[in-house]
Design a protein around this ligand. Structure first.
Ligand SMILES: [Zn+2]
Length: 217
């Protein structure tokens, strides 16, 4: 089973990918992570990538393909792959087909976690945490029982992440749409795209993804 998992920041993609890793033994292949790991491990493609990056140049599609191939070879045939952040362009999508075909693999599903942008803004901008114990709260969905007092530890200091603001969330959504626009139509045409409501609670999203993987969704 090989899938591409798509979703904007805040859709819960990381959470869902790690659940698939835990429950199905799949492995998430994030190109950024793989690139860093290959460079660190000094693999043949990693050495090439290192030279390119040290020269201040962008890593080519060829190098990225090489790194994905190396990683898939390490996984073994029985381990499913979750592609994250790749492919981003039509040529990369074609490369992925080749990389998979060379290893007797096929792409089974492209699963997109769909979010409602306004609801996502509300979800992200409302969140804050206890500065002392890290307990999570939300302006609308989960306020402390006693105003400005942490339910868990009684502290009175709270903090918000500076990038949890509306402008950042909307910019990320725009970037996400721009990044996926070149590849979604390719996979739509092949009938591979399945959409899951990313605004549902985490367990429901997992169930919906599992249903797709089991051929029930
Ligand atoms: Zn606390």
């Amino acid at each position: 089973m090989n899938i591409i998992l798509l979703g904007p920041p805040g859709a819960g993609k990381g959470t869902q990918a790690s659940r698939l890793e835990d429950e199905r033994g799949m492995v998430q292949l994030s190109t950024g992570d793989m690139l860093r790991a290959a460079v660190k491990a000094g693999t043949p493609v990693g050495l090439k990538a290192k030279a390119v990056m040290e020269a201040g140049e962008l890593v080519s599609d060829e190098i990225v393909s090489g790194i994905i191939g190396e990683r898939l070879d390490e996984l073994g045939d029985e381990t499913g792959a979750i592609f994250d952040g790749y492919p981003r362009t039509a040529p990369q999508a074609a490369s992925l087909d080749t990389i998979l075909a060379e290893r007797g693999r096929t792409l089974d599903h492209v699963i997109e976690l769909v979010v409602d942008e306004d609801a996502l803004v509300e979800r992200i901008t409302g969140r804050f945490t206890c500065a002392s114990c890290g307990e999570g709260y939300h302006d609308k969905f989960k306020l402390p029982a006693v105003a400005e007092t942490c339910d868990q530890c009684g502290a009175h200091e709270f903090k918000r992440r500076p990038d949890d603001n509306e402008e950042t969330v909307r910019t990320r959504m725009t970037e996400y749409r721009a990044k996926t626009a070149p590849i979604l139509p390719i996979y739509e045409a092949r009938g591979l795209v399945k959409r899951v409501d990313g605004m549902a609670d985490i367990a429901h999203v997992t169930d919906a993804i599992e249903a797709i993987l089991d051929g029930r969704g």
